[in-house]
Design a binder for this molecule. Structure first.
Ligand SMILES: Cc1ncc(COP(=O)(O)O)c(C=O)c1O
Length: 462
């Protein structure tokens, strides 16, 4: 396929429809690095700048309307700006309540109880981003075990915090590279890399480093690594080995928490980690994240911890922010109350899209596999990744496949398919993205019709 010609044609079309966004981008680039503050939002040639988002849709400065499957970095299980959250916040603001006060408030207690109840942990503490929360979780583990090493998997993304900036997106005969400058010296030696879903590799790594390993942190459903669920026996082995070697097991459920059911994916596996990190959905659209887990580990961030063990996870001007706690509480209550309607609905849409996209591309001679399949673990998976394969493989099981350009064509997915879908009126990410309760059956079908037209069009470039 003449990808260059196709990409150039798509760019031309995009520029024509986004005159105002282009002007905003040019201005924004004077003050902001590449026109914004989050690289993933700033796709090529420039992002469209949104003026309104509601439910499944987003409106841009040029009047284009997109059905959005990015949905706030997958946080928005109920679409953009759900009425119940807006109303709860409006009512609160009308009472002149909601901005930061510096007091504990009562909503955080209610949100804490609710989350602990859903995931079965003892204690929880809130902060403001998934990045901070995973960093605190690792600090707790290091302090608790008095050990140095942090084990993570290739393709694991835990936010831009020093203990996890190795082996995220770069494939180089494996995924082990440090991916940020500016870190304390020796950080690379502190992070031990292992391969997701590979029991043998995990056993080898624990055998070699287990006694010095403070924690093994992983996403039971890996997001940036390709939308792949851990195999059950792999996760069981992770639990077994971490226990055997006295390391803590940390589940990063920033994406998976409240995405596949009203709780953590851990309960679908029946595996209890020592610490769980949550974020995204638990804030109901506001910046909330949390570390939850064992009493004895969480106690290290409290005032009674011994000075030499105390973890400075005890501040944050905006931690447990009043409006954010209220939004999170309102959101999670709704998800819990409506669990039996919400998750089967969005899960069925997910299944339809995954199967539909594979079928369409296969009919037109493209080798495409979707990820996000829940298999025997998550019955209702609403996340859809699309992988354009250079090799003939039946199934994607490892981030090392997703990020290896010889196996998966990342450019085709993130540049060409992204612009192709935008041209059709759909904003996708990781190939497709996150389905919410705001998406209708007809929008889902229309997105598949769009994929069909795109596959046909691509044939003209073969
Ligand atoms: C699994 C996982 N952990 C942690 C983070 C970091 O969260 P935040 O972006 O809220 O800092 C992310 C963000 O996408 C994530 O996907």
């Amino acid at each position: 396929m003449d990808k260059k010609r196709l990409f150039d044609d798509l760019i031309k079309g995009f520029i024509l429809k986004h005159e105002k966004s282009e002007a905003i981008f040019k201005k924004a680039s004077h003050s902001l690095i590449t026109g914004g503050s989050h690289n993933l939002r700033l796709f090529s040639p420039f992002p469209f700048y949104d003026v309104q988002s509601s439910g499944s849709r987003v409106w841009d400065a040029d009047g284009n309307i997109y059905v959005d499957f990015w949905q706030g970095h997958m946080a928005n299980v109920m679409g953009h700006n759900p009425r119940i959250i807006i109303k709860a916040l409006q009512d609160n603001f009308h009472k002149s309540q909601g901005l930061t006060t510096g007091f504990p408030g009562h909503h955080q207690r209610e949100l804490a109880e609710l989350i602990l109840n859903q995931i079965g942990a003892n204690k929880i503490r809130f902060t403001t981003s998934g990045t901070l929360a995973t960093m605190y979780a690792v600090m707790l583990a290091k302090a608790f075990t008095k050990r140095e090493l942090v084990m993570k998997v290739g393709g694991g993304w835990h936010g831009a915090q020093p203990y996890a900036l190795r082996g995220i997106t770069v494939y180089d005969r494996g995924m082990t590279r440090m991916e940020s400058a500016g870190l304390p010296s020796g950080t690379d030696k502190m992070i031990v890399m292992s391969q997701f879903n590979d029991i043998q590799d995990l056993e080898n790594k624990f055998k070699k480093h287990g006694e010095r390993t403070a924690c093994f942190i992983l996403e039971p459903f890996i997001g940036s690594g390709g939308f792949i669920f851990s195999h059950r026996d792999y996760l069981q082995k992770a639990r077994e080995l971490s226990r055997q070697y006295g390391s803590l097991l940390i589940f990063d459920e920033v994406i998976s928490g409240f995405r596949f059911h009203a709780g953590g994916v851990q309960s679908l596996y029946g595996i209890q980690p020592d610490l769980t990190v949550l974020g995204k959905a638990i804030g109901g659209g506001m910046p909330v994240s949390a570390v939850a887990g064992r009493d004895d580990v969480m106690a290290l961030c409290g005032p009674d911890a011994k000075p030499e063990e105390k973890v400075k996870f005890d501040g944050g001007t905006f931690s447990a922010h009043p409006a954010a706690m209220l939004a999170g509480l309102t959101y999670l209550r709704y998800l819990i109350e409506h669990e039996s309607e919400i998750y089967p609905k969005i899960g069925q849409f997910g299944e339809k899209v995954r199967k539909g996209i594979e079928e369409i591309f296969s009919t037109h001679g493209f080798n495409v596999r979707c990820t996000g399949y829940g298999d025997s673990i998550a019955e209702h998976s609403s996340l859809v990744g699309v992988q354009f394969l250079n090799e003939k493989i039946d199934r994607i099981a490892f981030p090392e496949q997703v990020w290896n350009p010889e196996v998966c064509d990342f450019e085709l997915r993130e540049k060409i398919f992204k612009l192709s879908m935008l041209e059709e009126g759909f904003n996708v990410f990781h190939g497709y993205g996150a389905i919410s309760t705001a998406h209708s059956e007809s929008e889902i079908q229309e997105s598949l019709d769009a994929v069909e037209r795109i596959a046909k069009k691509w044939c003209e470039y073969k």
